[in-house]
Structures are given as structure tokens and as C-alpha cells.
Design a protein around this ligand. Structure first.
Ligand SMILES: [Fe+2]
Ligand SMILES: [Fe+2]
Length: 286
């Protein structure tokens, strides 16, 4: 019985969709899906209908792409309303969401905590407003489609939605007893030092919130799973293993391989590698 993770399946791309549909049966194993299955509810349900047949349990959290809605939709259908529809699609299939009680990994007692915290532009230079941060990124011709497609309704801004999500999630995590060890799951990396994007460094403003920077220690995480960057890696910070588990766009993975090849083992923990220390970074190029 193993716990696996993957994110950023982006099945709007035909080659990604076919690869997801070709996933093999994993028996008793569980799967963490850490966001960006696609850009629509239909693409999410397509993925869920495959993986719920291949794994004994599935744990999901949304990515920014999952939250996209057409600009012409009324505000009442966008933002939180759309998120609620995604959650409902998960629950109809028995998939665990950030709105459900945490599930416990039977072999170790770890609580698996899917979180949804979004971003608030605080990974950029300190003191910038959201508009200033977007302008700062635009100086290097970097922009993000979320600015048009990820509506924060009924919140006034994505930053306000992020603040509400952080408060809600902290209340859930604070309610755990002090002995519980965690597998923390979030589409967005928890810390700015994990959101390193050498080709588009200023994209970091759309990658997370500094409000979560100490969660791995504060909430006793042994592993933190995220996606979003489309840069597969394993990093350690203060002895905690951070796994970036993206598949990514078609150019970002090798089509001679299968989606199964890209599943990242979470539990049992892979054996330690000689020379990998507390603050090691391993970029996964395969
Ligand atoms: Fe993605
Ligand atoms: Fe993303």
C-alpha cells in the first residue's frame, strides 16, 4: 500500500489526456492530485473518473487553472461558486477535498491535509500592492492568465480570497492534536524560496503567500506536496521533504514515458540518499 502524488495533468492537451487515460491499476494505493487537472469542470471530472478507478482513495486540491471561468460568465457563477461545483464533483466520486475531514494514512497515522490557499502577490518584492506587483512582472513581459480568468467572487480580490482561505485552513490545522504528523498538500508552494523560476523569475507573484511560510514546522509536516511550478523537484527545508510533483504541459514531460512513471512516492518515504542533507535540492529532470 503506497501513497503517490502528481499534479498539473493539464488534460486539455490531447497527449496529456491520453496519457492519463492509460494509467494502470494501482490496487490499494492512494493518490494525491495536487491541482491543475485542466481548465474546466469537465476536464476535472474526466481525470477523477479515471483515477478513482485506478486507486483505492484520491485526495484532491484545486489549482489556479481548475478555478478558471469564462469572463462572460456572471460573477455569481465564478470564484467560490465555481470552486464549490468542483468540490461537489469530487464528493460525488468519493474524492477527499479541502472541505472534508482529513484522512489518515493507515500505516503511519499521518493526517493527509489537502489545503487551498491561493496567492496574494507577497512572493514579490515587499510592500507592493497587487497592481504594483503585476506591473513589476510586466516589466519583464511576464503575465498570468489568472488576472482575467481566475475570478475571486465574492471576495474583492484574489489576495482577499487568499487571506480568507489561509484563515480557514489555519483553523482546521490548529484543531489537530499536537501529536499528529501531517502530509500537507497545496497546489501552491508554501514558501517563496521554493518558488524559484529561473526563466520567468517574476512569475513568483502568482505562486503563493508568505502567510504559509512556517506551516511545515508549525503543523508538524513530514512531507509537503505541491505543484504549479511545472518544475519537478524534491527539496528539504529544516528536515521537511517538499515534493513538487507536476507533470506539466506536453513539452515538459517525456512522452516515451507514462504518467505512472511520473507518480512521486510520498509514503512509505523513499530510502535516504547519501549526501542529501537538510537543505538539499534535487531537480527532477526525467
Ligand atoms: Fe499547472
Ligand atoms: Fe497552477
Amino acid at each position: 500500500m503506497r501513497l503517490w502524488a502528481i499534479s498539473d495533468l493539464h488534460v486539455g492537451f490531447e497527449v496529456n489526456r491520453a496519457a492519463v487515460e492509460a494509467m494502470t491499476d494501482h490496487g490499494d494505493d492512494w493518490l494525491i492530485l495536487a491541482g491543475d487537472t485542466g481548465d474546466t469542470l469537465a476536464q476535472l471530472t474526466l481525470v477523477l473518473d479515471v483515477v478513482t478507478r485506478r486507486f483505492a482513495k484520491v485526495i484532491w486540491t484545486p489549482g489556479n487553472h481548475d478555478l478558471w471561468t469564462p469572463r462572460q460568465w456572471p460573477e455569481s457563477r465564478r470564484g467560490e461558486t465555481h470552486y464549490a461545483r468542483l468540490v461537489e464533483a469530487c464528493r460525488e466520486r468519493g474524492v477527499v477535498t479541502p472541505e472534508d475531514s482529513f484522512v489518515v494514512w493507515p500505516e503511519t497515522g499521518h493526517a493527509i491535509a489537502p489545503c487551498f490557499t491561493l496567492y496574494d502577490y507577497s512572493f514579490g518584492p515587499p510592500g507592493l500592492s497587487a497592481d504594483e506587483a503585476v506591473a513589476w512582472a510586466a516589466e519583464t513581459k511576464v503575465q498570468c492568465a489568472d488576472e482575467l480568468l481566475l475570478a475571486p467572487s465574492p471576495h474583492a480580490s484574489r489576495g482577499a480570497w487568499c487571506a480568507a482561505r489561509v484563515a480557514l485552513t489555519e483553523a482546521r490545522l490548529d484543531a489537530l492534536d499536537d501529536e499528529t504528523r501531517l502530509i500537507l498538500v497545496n497546489h501552491f508552494p508554501l514558501r517563496p524560496d521554493l518558488a524559484v523560476l529561473p526563466r520567468i523569475p517574476r512569475f513568483t507573484i502568482w505562486c503563493g503567500t508568505t502567510r504559509t511560510s512556517d506551516w511545515h514546522k508549525r503543523y508538524r509536516a513530514d512531507v509537503v506536496v505541491s505543484g504549479h511550478l511545472h518544475m519537478r523537484s524534491t527539496r528539504w527545508r529544516a528536515g521537511v521533504r517538499f515534493e513538487e510533483v507536476s507533470l506539466g504541459y506536453p513539452a515538459q514531460w517525456q512522452q516515451t514515458k507514462t504518467v505512472d512513471d511520473y507518480l512521486r512516492p510520498i509514503l512509505p518515504a523513499p530510502p535516504p540518499v547519501a549526501g542529501w542533507g537538510e537543505d538539499t535540492t534535487v531537480i527532477r529532470h526525467w
